[in-house]
Design a protein around this ligand. Structure first.
Ligand SMILES: Cc1cc2nc3c(=O)[nH]c(=O)nc-3n(C[C@H](O)[C@H](O)[C@H](O)COP(=O)(O)O)c2cc1C
Ligand code: SF4
Ligand code: SF4
Length: 257
């Protein structure tokens, strides 16, 4: 069973790749599961079934919604546990944060993998060039095939990319990000908006309501699904995103995603 959270599809792709390679393992959306079950989120694993988590790195740690889900998670048994951390460059000490959260549920990470994939953080940087994007996707596909072998053999492996000063980034910058950046204050739709409603549909926390144009409530995971998936690039975040590119993984073009 693989739980995933995604804004622009990279983490869904990683979860889907492993699930298929494992012969049709179950993949479940963390956002949907948190809505479906109130209080504890309970799951029974099959015999020898493993437990996986796939998510993007936000400010050198797992997204808060993923940690909140883990705090409500109840899984019986002692499964093999792995994590696929997708990021633009580096994950800091995200694996340590995840392991600490899992330990409270008596679960231990056996393997953790950093997958460097196209960057979607257009508040600070820009999207990758088309060439870089293609290269990252190709490398990620190869790495996922290797990861699948590791998982298949239930090996313990830490294949992470912490980057420089991971302790400082994860322990000091991440809490500041969670405190000050997780809001919708700077989102707006410009005159290109057609009122199509896609942003409302894709928001994992249902904070967007479209009448003529979208309006944002307060809750936000900063997944950036809305800004990247608007088909006419009408959504902006302050002034900084007007000239930035947009990205989503092709898996999100699959019917039903
Ligand atoms: C709010 C936010 C913070 C991010 N922080 C990091 C980071 O600390 N390190 C990094 O390499 N990439 C960072 N990224 C880039 C994403 O982790 C990366 O593009 C990821 O693969 C997106 O996954 P998704 O398509 O499943 O949403 C950040 C993206 C967002 C939206
Ligand atoms: S997705 Fe874009 S065009 Fe569609 S309603 Fe939202 S902002 Fe407007
Ligand atoms: S408002 Fe946009 S960035 Fe925030 S959770 Fe919804 S889709 Fe993601």
């Amino acid at each position: 069973m693989i739980f995933y959270f995604t804004g622009t599809g990279n983490s869904l792709y990683a979860a889907d790749f492993i699930a298929r390679a494992q012969g049709g393992d179950r993949i479940l959306s963390i956002a949907k599961e948190m809505e479906r079950q109130h209080g504890l989120c309970r799951y029974e694993l099959g015999e020898n079934e493993m437990l996986g988590f796939a998510f993007p790195i936000y400010a050198w740690a797992p997204p808060k919604i993923v940690l909140d889900f883990i705090s409500r998670l109840e899984v019986k048994g002692n499964p093999y546990v792995f994590a696929l951390c997708t990021c633009g460059d580096e994950e800091g000490h995200a694996a340590k944060v995840l392991n600490k959260a899992l330990a409270k549920n008596n679960l231990t990470l056996n393997s953790v993998f950093t997958l460097v994939m196209p960057n979607n953080y257009i508040m600070g940087y820009d999207v990758d060039s088309e060439k870089q994007e293609k290269e990252k996707l190709k490398t990620a596909e190869k790495l996922l095939a290797e990861i699948n072998k590791v998982i298949d053999q239930r090996q313990n492996k830490m294949l992470t990319v912490p980057g420089k000063y991971p302790g400082l980034k994860t322990n000091v910058v991440n809490p500041l990000f969670n405190q000050f950046a997780m809001n919708t204050r700077h989102f707006y739709a410009d005159d290109n908006c057609t009122g199509c409603g896609i942003c409302e549909e894709v928001c994992p926390v249902h904070t967007i309501k479209v009448t003529d144009k979208p309006s944002w409530g307060k809750t936000c995971t900063q997944c950036l699904g809305c800004i990247h998936r608007c088909p006419v690039r009408a959504i902006q975040y302050g002034k900084g995103t007007v000239r930035k590119g947009r990205y989503h993984h092709p898996i999100l073009d699959r019917p039903g995603e």
